[in-house]
Ligand binder design. Structure first.
Ligand code: GTP
Ligand code: MG
Length: 209
């Protein structure tokens, strides 16, 4: 789909990967963006991002996915990226209960520092390590209900649910941004988008949402 004004996308969505160090944020992103996996742990320093272009309901969407460092010493940098995020993937490791307990801390951080309408998806990663599991699927589902977020158990290693989790986050975020856009649309029906990163093509009446 050709986007207007020389852009190669209709909508630019910024997503943030959050969670404790070692839960697999970078691996999930590398699986989603490049379909690759490495068993070697190279902790993220500061922040990194990957771009992925996807087609959602006929719109060409540019996903910019920020991969934050889970280590405490980078917390100030991490928090400074909250404001620009439209959606957040909150990740824990199903074999490490502490990372699950930390999710409530991350939710508080989001409430304090992110936009109020940010979309959240909860991800329990490393579900391939069934023998070492410390957090049940039911516990994950319960927490997801509590924080009102869709829930996925994933494996970056064996590629379980990774695409589904990111796609859900992208669709939720897109719909929420379009809802905001439509509520700020003037009565003459013309498009008015508060966020300069949101670029919609056509009349805005086309087949999405
Ligand atoms: N078995 C298994 N191992 C995984 C999976 N995802 C990640 N890992 C491993 O877990 C370790 C940490 O993964 P990372 O993706 O670097 O973790 P991170 O959350 O980005 O960590 P920080 O950058 O420090 O915040 C690495 O050794 C990965 O190979 C998974 O789904 N299954
Ligand atoms: Mg990382």
């Amino acid at each position: 789909m050709a986007a207007k004004e020389g852009k190669d996308y209709d909508m630019h969505i910024k997503l943030l990967m959050l969670g404790d160090t070692g839960v697999g944020k970078t691996c999930l992103l590398l699986r989603y963006a490049y379909d690759s996996f490495s068993p070697t742990f190279i902790t993220t320093i500061g922040i990194d991002f990957k771009i992925k272009h996807v087609e959602l309901d006929g719109l060409h969407v540019k996903l910019q996915i920020w991969d934050t460092a889970g280590q405490e010493r980078f917390r100030t940098i991490t928090v400074s990226y909250f404001k620009g995020a439209h959606g957040v993937a909150l990740v824990y490791d199903v074999t490490d209960r502490d990372t699950f307990e930390a999710i409530r801390h991350w939710v508080k951080q989001i409430q304090e520092h992110a936009e109020s309408n940010v979309s959240i998806v909860l991800i329990g990663n490393k579900c391939d390590k069934e023998q070492l599991r410390m957090v049940s699927r039911a516990e994950g589902e319960e927490l997801a209900r509590e924080i009102n977020a869709p829930f996925f158990e994933t494996s970056a290693k064996t590629n379980i649910n990774v695409e589904d989790a990111f796609n859900k986050m992208a669709v939720m975020t897109k719909n929420s941004m379009m809802l905001q856009e439509s509520t700020s649309r003037p009565s003459d029906g013309s498009l008015m988008v508060d966020d300069p990163n949101v670029r919609l093509t056509g009349s805005g009446k086309g087949g999405c949402c």
